[in-house]
Design a protein around this ligand. Structure first.
Ligand SMILES: [Zn+2]
Length: 59
């Protein structure tokens, strides 16, 4: 049962993602929190990166 990350606090999301609160942004795919800004950041959260990578491998 995957629950949406909407109820997660920014602090909890930052801890989970291993970044600071200022580096948090919203994932372009699922609108959950992701490490969006700064070093190591990107527009997608880790689960969405995984999905995109899988899709890319399948071509
Ligand atoms: Zn996502």
């Amino acid at each position: 049962m995957a629950s949406p990350a909407a109820s997660e606090t920014p602090y909890a999301a930052a801890v989970r993602l291993g970044c600071s609160i200022e580096q948090l942004g919203y994932c372009a795919r699922c609108q959950g929190y992701c490490h969006r800004y700064g070093q190591g950041g990107g527009p997608l959260c880790p689960p969405c990166w995984e999905i995109v990578e899988q899709a890319r491998k399948r071509g």
